[in-house]
Write a protein that binds this ligand. Sequence first.
Ligand code: ACM
Length: 245
Amino acid sequence: EVVEYARALHIEVIPEIEMPGHSEEVLAVFPELSCSGKPYVNSDFCIGNEQTFEFLENVLSEVIGLFPSKYIHIGGDESPRTRWRECPECQSLIRRAGLKADTRHSAEDKLQGYFNTRIEEFLARHGRRLIGWDEIVDGGMSPDATVMSWRGTAGGIRAADEGFDVIMSPNSSLYFDYYQSANIDTEPPTIGGYIPLKKVYDTEPVPEELTPEQARHIIGVQANVWTTYMRTDTILEHMLLPRLA
Ligand code: ACM
């Protein structure tokens, strides 16, 4: 219903299924897929556990069946990667896969890269392409993936430099869950931040420092309106407008 409603308005819905971090809600129900094996302890999937891949591929198969979009967003942001350091299964996989720390990345960063690559291959076998937040560049993966730059524009600049296509979605100007007024006493409560209309209007999707070759990789922009603090549709519209326009 949602996909069809949007399609009639010439809008394509691209689903995001977050992994391997921000997954507390899954791991509360399937604690065996976390490194500790206990609910409410970890937010990351255990990558050393093959069942994690079986589970996520099943989820993605359902998602692929529901959403016809060429792209599927797999999140990839804010994974602490610390639990993998103490997990025997994850460390064993790091050794078996020959993942080694280098000057820029830890072995656990590379473990997320290994994970992303396997998920990307799964999506590719089903004719779909992966989008991930800019953290996916850290662990090393093929530039067939598309990167959404949310931690400002730096992640997107680096990704474009490495040959990834990039969607600019910087929390420095396109996060509509941040306050739009400095007078916060008269505003509905938000997560924080301050992005007034002018800042949105002044957004330059293609950063000046990019060469023309790098600039070709900036394929668009996205604004985010995380509704964590927005309890009603009226508040949601208040946050969206006029900034979205
Ligand atoms: C994000 O806001 N963590 C993508």
